[in-house]
Design a binder for this molecule. Structure first.
Ligand code: 2NL
Length: 339
């Protein structure tokens, strides 16, 4: 008999005998006979040595299929027999066994932080606003008083989809859209993803998250900006945290400032986290430039406002001592589970 015929007859013989095996002992005897170390399948494997080289691939495949098919049939029969046995005896399920806890996921640490930020600003009277991530140059640049030849408009500094469409590089776009759609007073925060073609390293990612705030009404002053930012820092980082403002420049605010808060770890004394300075950078901010109000059709003589924007990743990294921004986006559950 050729090996191929032998394989075929083994298959039908084994199947018939398996169907007839009606007890665990008979099943075990079947397993030893066909799948055991000295069983029929093993014998067929050994015979492969003696077949002509040209036939080896096809015969090897046939033996392998036989083995897999018999193993699957054995597994299925084992379940049938044990279920039958248990049905005749006790319950099919041991209800006294401890349950298997399902693996729950949880919100990403960035989402957690955004939720917390929206919560704090919500208590301070800010609504949360969202807008599209694909934007036009009007909302990303022109309306924000960023003129056509400003370096930030260079193709390299934004992800363009086509001539007019780009991934937003800041969430100010949302604030422009809200101002275009309603009259003051406006008090909103806009969290979300923004995109800049930076070279990726430990502190830069081409996609990151920002939250920007905007408050517009009659009589809003720089004092309101300072107290708002200071109150926010005390609510978010701790009541003993102090803030300081340094002069800065943004096209969309005048005057403009950078905000630092006293290092919550060393309380300003200087430590590794604040690089011995006692301060950590938080945000850019300022009084909304009159040109921005004019762009959205607000009367810049009647209304004033302040705005601020900060990066959420930096804040998350400061808070949780995360040394590399890439850890936040690599989706390694062993890392993310910690937060
Ligand atoms: C930063 C900090 C900032 C704003 C964002 C803003 C929005 C409108 C009008 C005026 Cl609609 N300003 N947002 C203001 C100051 C700073 O972000 O580092 N940006 C590059």
């Amino acid at each position: 008999m050729s090996l191929l015929d032998e394989i075929k007859s083994l298959q039908s013989q084994a199947s018939a005998e398996l169907a007839a095996a009606a007890s665990p002992d008979a099943l075990e005897a079947w397993r030893v006979k066909y799948l055991g170390l000295k069983g029929a399948v093993r014998a067929a494997v050994l015979k492969l040595r003696d077949v002509p080289a040209a036939d080896k691939p096809s015969l090897g495949k046939a033996v392998n299929e036989l083995k897999n098919s018999l193993q699957a049939a054995y597994d299925a029969r084992a379940v049938e027999l044990s279920v039958g046995k248990v049905r005749r005896g006790g319950p099919a399920v041991d209800v006294t066994l401890p349950g298997k806890r399902p693996a729950f996921g949880h919100t990403h640490v960035i989402t957690q932080t955004i939720n917390e930020l929206c919560d704090v600003f919500g208590r301070m009277g800010f609504e949360v606003a969202y807008g599209p991530e694909l934007e036009d140059e009007w909302h990303n640049f022109d309306a924000l008083n960023i003129p056509p030849h400003h370096p930030a408009r260079d193709e390299l500094d934004s992800f363009y989809v086509d001539q007019e469409t780009m991934l937003r590089s800041q969430t100010s776009t949302v604030q422009i859209r809200v101002m275009e759609s309603r009259k003051p007073p406006v008090r909103i925060v806009a969290p979300g993803r923004v995109y800049r073609p930076d070279t990726v390293d430990a502190t830069h990612s081409m996609m990151f998250h920002q939250i920007e705030g905007l408050y517009v009404d009659e009589g809003v002053s720089m004092a309101d900006l300072k107290s708002c930012v200071d109150q926010f820092c005390k609510a978010f980082f701790g009541s003993d945290v102090a803030t300081r403002f340094r002069p800065s420049y943004f096209p969309f605010t005048e005057p403009s400032a950078e905000v630092d808060f006293s290092c919550p770890l060393c309380r300003g004394a200087g430590c590794a986290a604040c690089r011995q300075s006692g301060w950590m950078e938080l945000a850019g901010c300022g009084m909304v430039h009159p040109a921005v109000f004019q762009a959205v059709g607000y009367d810049s003589e009647k209304y004033t406002g302040f705005a601020f924007g900060f990066g959420i990743e930096r804040m998350v990294m400061q808070r949780h001592h995360i040394p590399d921004i890439r850890l936040l986006f690599q989706s390694d559950a062993r890392f993310l589970r910690q937060f």
